[in-house]
Design a protein around this ligand. Structure first.
Ligand code: DAH
Length: 357
């Protein structure tokens, strides 16, 4: 027994004295490794009498367990200390200038959005905002979506879990709810754009679950489609930086406008890329229309007194067109090479005086 006690205090002292993982492993091998001192003792059991084997066996096994446990604890402590030392030695002062001078850049989507805001601001539009997490009333009901409209279904809309009150919030599927929020809170005349993030359950080369829109809304007396067409054509000419923008309205359906249209812009697709302002093709770029009387009424505006037009532009799409980015998904890949190539200087914010792009 004395032998075992001595061996135990010896080995435990060695464990406690190990200063790194390598030394600790050497202690482990020497004690409980195949030919270690404790393993050696276990081998002597065979030559003992059954009684002796019973007591000695239990004692040796208990010793082995104790030593194994002590080694495991010491190992954990050494590993933690090693990690602390590494963290301390690898401290990074984020306030220091970057050694490689890799500058951050403005994402093309944000650049495009800033350009659009700059153009519309110059035309007299104010910027309005609304929440990304919307309720059914603002995203659908007030916009004249019938109860069973397919856009309300799960395949299009990200819904949150239903609350105890029975209300179910959602991620806005378009920026049109900002129209509703504006008309409810402001008196006409109204002239706003609402840039922002929008969300739909959709993912391929031309659709991402998160995308960006700029909504437009004008409410006043005597507003007609001619105002709408002029506004959009003036915007497109500024945005694509050419006077040669030709557009066409195509009849379409949106629940919140009547009549509704999609606007196409004339373009040339012959050389594998899209050129605006020439050619014989048409490219769909936005949805628009005259605000539906039901929407005006839902927002407390008398449709006999006021009329208005609205439009919704896809920001990512317009950015792709203007800057020649082939795949929408790259926009979200966080690839710094892509950002370095397509990104913009943060010091060159678009404005009408010094230029848009
Ligand atoms: N909200 C529509 C969409 O996301 C786009 C749109 C179409 C907005 C027509 C409008 C509009 O304001 O008048 O598909």
């Amino acid at each position: 027994m004395t032998d075992l006690n001595t061996l135990e205090s010896d080995v435990l002292a060695q464990v406690a004295g190990a200063t790194d993982l390598q030394a600790l492993d050497a202690v482990r091998v020497a004690a409980v490794g195949k030919t270690g001192s404790i393993s050696g003792l276990l081998k002597t059991l065979g030559a003992m009498s059954p009684e002796e084997r019973k007591t000695q066996g239990a004692a040796i096994n208990a010793l082995r367990d104790k030593v194994t446990e002590a080694i495991a604890q010491k190992k954990a402590a050494l590993e933690a200390a090693e990690l602390d030392a590494r963290l301390a030695s690898e401290t990074l002062d984020l306030s220091l200038p970057a050694p490689h001078r890799r500058k951050g850049s403005v994402h093309p989507t944000m650049q495009t959005m800033d350009e659009m805001v700059a153009i519309f601001a110059e035309m007299g539009f104010a910027v309005a905002e609304g929440p990304d997490i919307e309720d059914d009333f603002h995203n659908f009901t007030a916009l004249n979506f019938p109860e069973k409209h397919p856009a309300r279904e799960m395949h299009d809309t990200f819904f949150f879990n239903t609350k105890e009150s029975g209300e179910r919030m959602l991620l806005r599927t378009h920026t049109s709810p900002v129209q509703v929020r504006t008309m409810v809170s402001q008196k006409p005349p109204i002239r706003i754009i609402a840039p922002g993030r929008t969300y739909r359950v959709d993912n391929d080369a031309t659709h991402t679950p998160v995308f960006h829109q700029v909504e437009g809304l004008v409410i006043d007396k005597g507003i007609h489609m001619g105002h709408l067409k002029w506004t959009l054509e003036t915007f497109l000419a500024r945005f694509f930086e050419t006077d040669a923008v030709t557009t066409q309205f195509r009849p379409h359906h949106f629940p919140f406008t009547e009549p509704s249209a999609e606007m196409d812009v004339q373009c040339d697709r012959s050389g594998g890329e899209i050129k605006i302002g020439q050619g014989t093709s048409w490219l769909e770029i936005l949805g628009c229309g005259m605000v539906h009387p039901n929407v005006l009424r839902a927002c407390g505006i008398d449709p006999d007194e006021y009329q208005g037009f609205a439009f919704g532009l896809g920001v990512d799409r317009l950015g792709m067109l203007k800057y020649g980015m082939p795949d929408l998904r790259d926009m979200w890949s966080s690839d710094v090479r892509w950002l370095a190539h397509y990104g913009f200087s943060a010091f060159a914010a678009p404005n009408p005086a010094s230029g848009l792009s």
